[in-house]
Write a protein of this length. Structure first.
Length: 222
């Protein structure tokens, strides 16, 4: 019985030359840098939106009434305000931020309409929040709807802390506030995702770049 012949030896395949092109690493790293820049832009926009939510146009950092204010008076005190019929107004209580207690008004703010009717500012504001403006803390404490247009006489009760003030301004809409909150949350997640993706691309591109650079040095003629 004849033994089967051994298979003829196959010629060794030449080693595949190592790629030394830097195009891939450069493109990957560049995309990663662009993604990180996009994350930075999203972060700045998110921060701007958040700051707009937690600050107020009621009182400036210097203690001056903001552009939205229609009346400003000490507590206790009196002032006048020109209001529009059907407009919802919020009552803001401001006090020195260094105060150890959070003050309260001892009674409701009362307004006398041009017709003589008295309006009590005892409603709930659309957005109830506490803000800080320089050395002042501000809280939205009540709201009311003006029954008619004209100049109102405003009577402000006593507050249980010295140097407190009451400011009236149009009440804030709920929808934009809620939208701003949701937008800020989405922006934070967007920054985290873009930052992680961009950092991964940059790290991978740099490692790839180092590997290709070593390959280029290895094949460079002496």
């Amino acid at each position: 019985m004849t033994a089967a012949p051994y298979p003829a030896p196959q010629p060794a395949r030449p080693d595949r030359p190592r790629s030394t092109s830097l195009t891939g690493p450069v493109v990957t790293t560049s995309i990663g840098v662009l993604v990180l820049l996009a994350a930075l832009v999203v972060g700045l926009l998110t921060a701007r939106t958040f700051v707009g939510l937690v600050t107020s146009d009621v009182l400036s950092s210097s203690g001056e009434p903001g552009p939205d204010v229609v009346a400003d008076a000490p507590a206790p005190g009196a002032t006048t305000a020109t209001l529009e019929a059907g407009q919802r107004y919020a009552v803001h209580l401001a006090w020195p931020a260094q105060s150890a207690i959070e003050p309260r008004l001892t009674d409701v703010v009362l307004l006398q309409a041009p017709s003589g009717d008295v309006v009590a500012a005892d409603g709930d504001p659309a957005v109830d929040g506490t803000f800080t403006a320089g050395r002042w803390s501000i809280e939205t404490v009540a709201a009311f709807t003006a029954p008619e247009s004209g100049t109102y006489q405003v009577a402000v009760p006593t507050a249980d802390v010295a140097d407190a003030r009451v400011l009236l301004a149009p009440d804030q809409d709920v929808a934009p506030f809620v939208g701003g909150v949701l937008g800020s949350v989405a922006g934070v997640f967007g920054v985290l995702l873009l930052g992680a993706f961009g950092a991964g691309l940059v790290l991978g591109g740099v490692i790839w770049w180092v590997v290709r650079a070593r390959a280029r040095r290895a094949v460079r003629p002496a």
